[in-house]
Design a protein around this ligand. Sequence first.
Ligand code: 5GP
Length: 120
Amino acid sequence: MPEETIFSKIICKEIPADIVYQDELVTAFRDINPQAPTHVLIIPNRVIPTVDDLEEADEPTIGRMVRVAMTIARDEGIADDGYRLIVNCREHGGQEVYHLHLHLMGGRPLGPMLLRKDGL
Ligand code: 5GP
């Protein structure tokens, strides 16, 4: 069994979070340290540490995560202007919490995708 993180406690409401959506597969809540006017994390209810740990059986869950992100973007009024979905994976991807999460960010122009460094 993969190790639980603080996100498991959010799912079962053991610690508070601003949950905007929850069903049998996924939970969505506002990021505690938002980087954009809308910054919501969509996570599977089952502990999947990274996107690299997805199994074939998780396909409905990952599909639900993206569909929920799309619906929340529409509800937040940011869909027409556009938004960004990000999944960070492990150290080089900048992942801090090892419970898979999809960042939904929008509400302002988000700029270039990555900070450029010389020689990439
Ligand atoms: P990562 O860097 O792993 O892709 O993103 C982790 C995100 O989780 C960060 O944006 C961070 O602000 C958010 N986060 C970490 N701990 C908590 C928490 O306890 N509650 C909420 N709502 N967000 C958290």
